[in-house]
Write a protein that binds this ligand. Structure first.
Ligand code: HEM
Ligand SMILES: [Cu+2]
Length: 589
């Protein structure tokens, strides 16, 4: 290979393309080799398919909600088709079930496992230069626990539905005759899946870093995964116990949460949010990790303030445990308690703001390429910032009294969860797609999808801030005609957002069949996953890779002759005394 720009005395390192036998997708064939695989990359791909299908289902339910809210008296579920489908259900009951399922599927089946389980599984070992995660069998069982949890959700849907909202608040959840037990059992099982994944990553990152990769030479995505895993392991058991108590209350009326038997429903809220507030960081921290990688790689510039970004992930993980009470300002806690929770809530904004500042500083004077992943990353910074700042309105006692349980809240959490995590997830999928499947996609259509998603998203959720501040409550199937204009805008936005997501899906699917072959390092990144071929070989690396600085872009150069990025290194004059071993040094079992 001839490389024009390489100066004398330097050599080119480029792994080239994998042969079909060594590529993890084709090294063994047949459905069973996938079903029983212990390869973290295949498990990651299976999760990716699973969470994408869940997202599609929950997304269609969202469109259902929005179409119903097209008219003040309700539209979609008043339709004669639904009268035929569910003759004994009033449109409002259908509405309750649809938004509950939308929320529950989005939270439990999509967003919590999306980045950590699907992308984390694929990326954590490759970024570490390792062969696999620490416990490959535990990893496969996490995936099947996810499947089992999803089956329970489907069964709940087919049995008598669910109408409690995704929070399962008591006392309603102990009295409604929908399938609360089935759904909470599903969530309970999903909890184990989440705990096992977290445990696996903690052990993997602690024990399988290659020689030379100190904590501060770890890519920031790994810091984010590590912090997320801590939350998964510490907080999820609380949800499990809470759901067991809820089932016990429902079946045996012990009097834990139900005032009729001397229980206290607010206790349920404390238990629930003690998990679910940290859980919002399970959703957003991995996204932060993704954005740190995307911004620095596509600005071709060292990430600004590496240590601050790394420490702020840990700070968010720990502070996140102290603020759950901000969901309960109106539930009747004492005044001092509410003040303390409010003050603590503000502290979390400090590490979050540090990250946004550092991303912007990284972009400043960088050589930005507006690739598809970068478009999504920039959209993320806009949307997450709006989501984060409006969180301050909700964390402030006086304004929250007015905004609680209105559409302002709906807009806020969608800006964080959709504008933040989903957009980061899309950016991540586009960034690592060539690595995962060895194919490039159509860049122009990728960028178009990002623009449509950004516009559609804002058209959907910006009007909801206004609706909420004017008093439109959430979870209502009908509303005052005064709100009709803003609701209609929001519904049009949702349709546009749907178009954008559909375009993204098509771009990726087409690339699988028609995309041009991806080189090992299409973006000129310095982290280890780009040092192996695309798609990676079965064992990721032939020998333990030499660990460099994950954000040193100096020795990665564009080579016009071969139309790809290559790594150039000074030719070594002396023969290394230690021969690199033939198998990866720190490979798991
Ligand atoms: C894709 C476009 C989406 C649209 C158009 C949409 C729309 C809606 C609407 C209209 C509601 C009902 C609000 C209410 O009355 O309280 C809702 C609730 C909710 N959504 Fe979405 N949503 C979308 C995506 C997502 C995503 C990606 C997530 C999470 C990852 C999510 C999580 C939730 C949750 C947790 C609820 C609350 C459900 C409840 O109150 O029980 N949504 N969404
Ligand atoms: Cu919270």
């Amino acid at each position: 290979m001839s490389v024009g720009s390489v100066p004398a005395g330097y050599e080119v390192k480029d792994p080239g393309y994998p042969t079909p036998e060594e590529n993890y997708l084709t090294n063994s064939r047949g459905l069973l080799t996938w079903a029983f695989t212990l390869d973290h990359k295949r498990i990651g791909v299976m999760y990716l398919v699973g969470v994408s299908v869940s997202f599609l289902v929950a997304g269609l339910l969202a469109l259902g909600i929005r179409l119903h809210l097209f008219a003040p008296e309700g539209w979609l579920f008043n339709n004669s088709f639904f009268k035929w489908l569910a003759p004994d259900k009033a449109p409002n009951d259908i509405y309750n079930q649809v938004f509950t399922l939308h929320g529950a599927i989005m939270v439990f089946l999509f967003i919590i496992p999306s980045i950590p389980a699907a992308l984390g599984n694929f990326l954590v070992p490759v970024m570490l230069g390792a062969k696999d995660v620490a416990f490959p069998r535990l990893n496969l069982s996490s995936f099947y626990l996810w499947v089992a949890g999803a089956v329970f959700f489907v069964m709940a849907l087919l049995a008598s539905g669910l109408d409690t909202g995704w929070t399962f608040y008591t006392p309603y959840s102990t009295t409604t005759d929908t399938s609360v037990i089935m759904a909470t059992t599903g969530a309970f099982i999903l909890g184990f899946s989440s705990i096992f994944t977290g445990l696996n990553f903690i052990v993997t990152i602690n024990t399988m870093r290659p020689p030379g990769m100190t904590w501060f030479r770890m890519p920031l995505f790994l810091w984010a995964t590590y912090s997320t895993s801590i939350i998964q392991v510490l907080a999820t058991p609380v949800l499990g116990i809470t759901l067991l108590l809820l089932i016990a209350e429902r079946t045996m009326h012990i009097g834990i949460f139900d005032p009729e038997y001397n229980g206290d429903p607010v206790t349920y809220q404390h238990f629930f949010w003690f998990y679910s507030h940290p859980a919002v960081y399970i959703m957003i921290l991995p996204a932060f990790g993704v954005i740190s990688e995307l911004i620095s790689v596509h600005s071709h510039k060292r990430i600004f303030g590496y240590r601050f970004i790394a420490y702020s992930s840990i700070a968010i993980a720990l502070l996140g445990f102290l603020v759950w009470g901000h969901h309960m300002f109106t539930a009747g806690m004492g005044p001092m308690t509410t003040i303390i929770f409010s003050a603590l809530t503000f502290t979390v904004s400090v590490p979050s703001a540090i990250k946004v500042f550092n991303w912007l500083a990284t972009m400043y004077k960088g050589a930005i390429s507006l690739t598809t992943p970068m478009c999504y990353a920039i959209a993320f910074i806009f949307l997450f910032t709006i989501g984060g700042l409006t969180g301050l309105h909700l964390g402030t006692l006086a304004t929250d009294m007015h905004l609680h349980d209105t559409y302002f809240v709906v807009a806020h959490f969608h800006y964080v969860m959709v504008g933040g995590t989903l957009v980061a997830f899309l950016g991540a999928v586009f960034h690592w797609w060539p690595k995962m499947f060895g194919r490039m996609y159509n860049e122009l259509w990728g960028q178009i999808s990002a623009v449509i998603v950004f516009l559609g998203f804002n058209l959907t959720f910006l009007p909801q801030f206004v609706l909420g501040s004017r008093g439109m409550p959430r979870r209502y199937a009908t509303y005052d005609p005064e709100f009709a204009g803003l609701h209609a805008m929001s519904t049009w936005g949702a349709l546009l957002l749907g178009v954008g997501l559909f375009v993204a899906l098509i771009v990726l699917l087409v690339s699988l069949f028609k995309g041009k072959k991806a080189p090992a390092n299409p973006w000129g990144a310095a982290t280890l996953e780009w040092a192996c071929t695309s798609p990676p070989p079965f064992y990721n690396f032939e020998r333990a890779p030499v660990v460099g600085d994950p954000y040193e872009f100096g020795d990665i150069q564009w080579d016009g002759a071969s139309d790809r990025y290559v790594k150039v290194e000074p030719k070594r004059e002396t023969i290394p005394t230690e021969k690199p071993s033939e198998s990866p040094a720190h490979a798991g079992e």
